[in-house]
Design a protein around this ligand. Structure first.
Ligand code: PMP
Length: 363
C-alpha cells in the first residue's frame, strides 16, 4: 500500500501509532480474550475503561470538578438538538452566533424548540468573527451558542466571548484538543469525535453541573444530559467502539505533550501553510481574515478570480503524490487542507512543497 497523506476534514486521519495499538487488541480487550465489540457495556473492563476515558479528558483539558464529562451517541448533529432540549427551558430563547454553516445548522435545529436570536446580521460569506462590540446579545437568553471552529469555512475563534453571565455553549467538533483554553469560561463544550479525537458516532460533551436538571419535558431520555450523567454515559448501549477509539487517541495526545504539545504543532503547521499562501503574490488566496484563520482547516483558492480548472489540476497533481482529500467543501469550492492533530509537521511540509512547486509550474 502506498503511504498517503490524508488532509481530509472529517472523518479525518488518526495517529498511525493508535492503529497499531488497536490492531493488537482488536480481538482481546484488556486481557479478556474477546473484542470490545462483543463485550457487555456493563462488564467490568468496559465500565473501568469508560471512567478512565472520562479521567483522561478531565486531565487533558483541566476540567474543573463541577463539570460532567459525557459520551453521547449521534455525533455533533444530535447535540444541535440536545442543546435546546436541555437548556432552552429557562427563558425559551437562545442566542446563536452564526459564523459559518455549522453554527447555522445548530441555530436552525434550535428553532424547533424555542426562539432563536441571531447575534450577527445574516450573511452567506463567512470570513471573519465580527468584533464583540457588534454583537446583538440578548441578556434574557438561556444560553449563547458559538462554533469555535467552522470546519467548512476555516473560521476559528481566537478569543472566548464575554457573555455577561449567560452560559456559553461551544461546538468544538473540529478543534477540541488542539489548543489550551479555560473550561470554566464555558457552560457546555461539545463536539463530534471524528476529527481530532476519534471516529464517528459519538460526541464528547463537557457540561457544567448547574446546567443539568432543566431539560424540556419533551426531551428524549437519550438526549437528556442529566440522565446520561447519572448513568456515567451508560444509559443504553453506548457507541462503545467510538468511545474506545477516543480513549486510545487521547492517550496518544497525552504521550505527545498533551494539549500544549498539540497547540505548538498546530501553530507550526498552520504558519507553514498560510505562509506559503501569503508569500504567493496572489497565486493562492485565503479568504478568511487573519484574526479568524483556523489552525485546523485551511481553505484557499487558486488564481484571482479563482481558476477552477487550475484548482482541479492542483487536486489531480496532489492525488498523484498521494496527498488526498484536499477538495474544498461543495458549499465553498476551492481547496481545503485540514491539518488536525494526527497530521504531522512533516506531512504539512510535503504539502507546502507541493504548493510551491505547483505555483512555480503554473504562475
Ligand atoms: N459541528 C462541526 C463544527 C462539524 O464540523 C461537524 C461535522 N463536520 C458537525 C458539527 C456535525 O457532526 P456530526 O457529523 O458528527 O453530526
Amino acid at each position: 500500500m502506498p503511504k498517503v497523506h490524508n488532509f481530509g476534514a472529517g472523518p479525518a486521519k488518526l495517529p498511525e501509532e493508535v492503529y497499531e495499538i488497536m490492531k493488537n487488541e482488536l480481538t482481546n480487550f484488556d486481557g479478556s480474550s474477546i473484542s470490545l465489540m462483543e463485550m457487555s457495556h456493563r462488564s467490568k473492563p468496559y465500565m473501568k475503561f469508560n471512567l478512565e476515558v472520562q479521567a483522561l479528558v478531565r486531565r487533558l483539558l483541566n476540567v474543573p470538578d463541577n463539570y460532567k464529562i459525557l459520551f453521547l451517541a449521534g455525533g455533533g448533529t444530535a447535540q444541535f438538538a440536545a442543546i435546546p432540549l436541555n437548556l432552552m427551558s429557562r427563558t425559551g430563547t437562545a442566542d446563536y452566533v452564526v459564523t459559518g454553516d455549522w453554527s447555522l445548522k445548530a441555530a436552525k435545529e434550535a428553532k424547533k424548540y424555542g426562539k432563536v436570536n441571531l447575534v450577527l446580521p445574516p450573511t452567506d460569506r463567512y470570513v471573519e468573527i465580527p468584533d464583540q462590540s457588534k454583537w446583538n446579545l440578548d441578556p434574557n437568553a438561556s444560553y449563547v451558542h458559538i462554533c469555535a471552529n467552522e470546519t467548512i469555512h476555516g473560521v476559528e475563534f481566537d478569543f472566548i466571548p464575554d457573555t455577561k453571565g449567560v452560559p456559553l455553549v461551544a461546538d468544538m467538533s473540529s478543534n477540541i484538543m488542539s489548543r489550551k483554553f479555560d473550561v470554566s469560561k464555558f457552560g457546555v463544550i461539545y463536539g463530534g469525535a471524528q476529527k481530532n479525537i476519534g471516529t464517528a458516532g459519538v460526541a464528547l460533551a463537557i457540561v457544567r453541573e448547574d446546567l443539568l436538571n432543566q431539560a424540556l419535558p419533551i426531551c428524549p431520555s437519550l438526549f437528556d444530559w442529566t440522565a446520561n450523567a447519572k448513568a456515567e454515559s451508560i444509559l443504553n448501549t453506548p457507541p462503545m467502539f467510538a468511545i474506545y477509539v477516543m480513549g486510545r487517541v487521547l492517550e496518544w495526545v497525552e504521550r505527545n505533550g498533551g494539549v500544549a504539545g498539540m497547540e505548538e504543532r498546530a501553530t507550526k503547521k498552520a504558519n507553514l501553510i498560510y505562509g506559503i499562501i501569503d508569500a504567493s503574490n496572489g497565486f493562492y488566496s485565503a479568504p478568511v481574515a487573519k484574526s479568524a484563520r483556523s489552525k485546523m482547516n485551511v481553505p484557499f483558492r487558486i488564481g484571482s478570480p479563482p481558476n477552477e480548472d487550475l484548482e482541479k489540476e492542483f487536486l489531480k497533481g496532489a492525488e498523484a503524490l498521494n496527498l488526498i482529500q484536499l477538495k474544498g467543501h461543495r458549499n465553498v469550492g476551492g481547496i481545503r487542507a485540514s491539518i488536525y492533530n494526527a497530521v504531522s509537521y512533516e506531512e504539512a511540509e510535503i504539502l507546502a512543497k507541493y504548493m510551491k512547486d505547483f505555483q512555480n509550474k503554473y504562475s
